[in-house]
Design a protein around this ligand. Structure first.
Ligand code: AP5
Length: 212
């Protein structure tokens, strides 16, 4: 089963994808995580991606699509995946649909996590991530047991460069799922909107229900 998680920055896509993959066994594929790995590894792709990410802008489609299609061609993605942060527009959605169609497959669910802008700003400015395993925390809403250390692996927690206040508002404005992308999945009959302005467990329960 192939599933798309949609929502603005800070909606909870990464947090919920980590929870859902634990309960569904689906592979979690985040294009943001892939870019950040490349940045850490100092690759050419990482250098290119960073120049866009630091400004809160999308990395060009041709680069992003090539990276994602290569990733889903690997054996561990043969049966399905949960996409987090991809697609961002109809060009990316069409490329994904075409690749899945060649495998006689298609997106089964596109789940939109809806959260108002002011809540997004608060979430992103309080977000902390584990450098080692990628676990997501929030200093108020979902704090780690020990400040600065990951509950799961004791890795060091850090804040993303693009969560700086001056970049956050640009990201929120520029990265909302566009109307034509939502129409793409509405027309395919797979779009569901989930109220993301609630506790983590309530949002997870609704998403799991939508996947049934
Ligand atoms: P990406 O990493 O995908 O960032 P994003 O879409 O901006 O989303 P975020 O990771 O910021 O938010 P999230 O929805 O995952 O929220 P989270 O779960 O962390 O992309 C980064 C960059 O890479 C992009 O800006 C772009 O440059 C590039 N890129 C990526 N994909 C691309 C593509 N397809 N095409 C082109 N460029 C691309 O939660 C946020 C915080 O809120 C956390 O602290 C969490 O603990 C807290 N929280 C979550 N849920 C709740 C809740 N229910 N209640 C209270 N707090 C909550």
């Amino acid at each position: 089963m192939f599933v798309v998680l949609l929502g603005p920055p800070g909606a909870g896509k990464g947090t919920q994808a980590q929870r859902l993959t634990t309960s569904t066994g689906l592979l979690h594929l985040s294009t943001g995580d892939m870019f950040r790995e490349n940045v850490r590894g100092g690759t050419e792709l990482g250098t290119l991606a960073k120049s866009y990410m630091d400004k809160g802008e999308l990395v060009p489609d041709e680069v992003t699509i090539k990276m994602l299609l290569e990733r889903i061609s690997r054996p561990d993605a043969a049966e399905g995946a949960m996409f987090d942060g991809f697609p961002r527009n109809v060009v990316q959605a069409a490329a994904l649909a075409e690749a899945l169609c060649e495998r006689d497959d298609a997106i089964a669910h596109a789940l939109l996590i809806a959260v108002p802008d002011e809540e997004l700003v608060a979430r992103l400015s309080g977000r902390w991530l584990c450098r080692a395993c990628g676990a997501v925390y929030h200093e108020r809403n979902d704090p780690p047991a020990t400040e600065g250390a990951c509950d799961k692996c004791e890795g060091e927690l850090y804040q993303r460069d693009d969560d700086r206040p001056e970049v956050v508002r640009t990201r929120i404005e520029g990265m909302k799922p566009p109307a034509d992308l939502l129409d793409h999945y509405r027309t395919a009959g797979v779009l569901r909107e989930i109220d993301g302005e609630r506790g983590l467990d309530d949002v997870t329960a609704d998403l799991l229900e939508a996947l049934k």
